[in-house]
Write a protein that binds this ligand. Structure first.
Ligand SMILES: [Zn+2]
Length: 149
């Protein structure tokens, strides 16, 4: 038996998601969080994924950080709308399975299915732990040493 795949999205579902994405885009522009310039800039700039957002988070001031996040989100919306138009929308970029409609409805810019996302988040948090323990290594070693005694 062939592996069970999620059904592709129906036209109605796609239209519903497109509307949601357009509303999100409109609300970002309307609230002034992202200017139209940022929006078009965000499409040409090659900010790749969460990593850059994390770097921007780390380096930016509070205001810049907030702005970057909005621009980053605006870029994701734009990308999703493009994918919707070209018929590539809704596929997990990791495993290629269709992302469930319910998940897309809740988060229309989702690029990964819930399984892959959870896995990625687990890896991410273990990386953060890895970074943290480097600077905390001395303290950790001391306390571990003390506990062992
Ligand atoms: Zn996946």
């Amino acid at each position: 038996m062939a592996p069970v795949k999620n059904k592709p999205l129906t036209k109605t579902q796609l239209n519903q998601l497109k509307k949601k994405l357009q509303e999100e885009r409109a609300s970002l522009l309307f609230s002034g969080k992202v200017s139209a310039d940022d929006f078009w800039l965000s499409m040409t700039e090659d900010v790749s994924d969460e990593v850059d957002a994390a770097v921007a988070d780390y380096e930016g001031s509070h205001l810049l950080r907030f702005r970057n996040r909005e621009v980053f989100y605006a870029k994701k919306i734009e990308k999703a709308i493009k994918q919707l138009e070209s018929g590539e929308y809704g596929e997990c970029k990791d495993c290629g399975e269709m992302i469930k409609f319910e998940r897309l409805l809740a988060r229309p810019t989702a690029e990964m299915c819930i399984q892959c996302k959870e896995e990625a988040e687990r890896e991410e948090s273990s990386n953060i732990y890895g970074r943290m323990s480097k600077s905390l290594a001395k303290t950790v070693d001391l306390s571990v040493g003390a506990a062992a005694r």
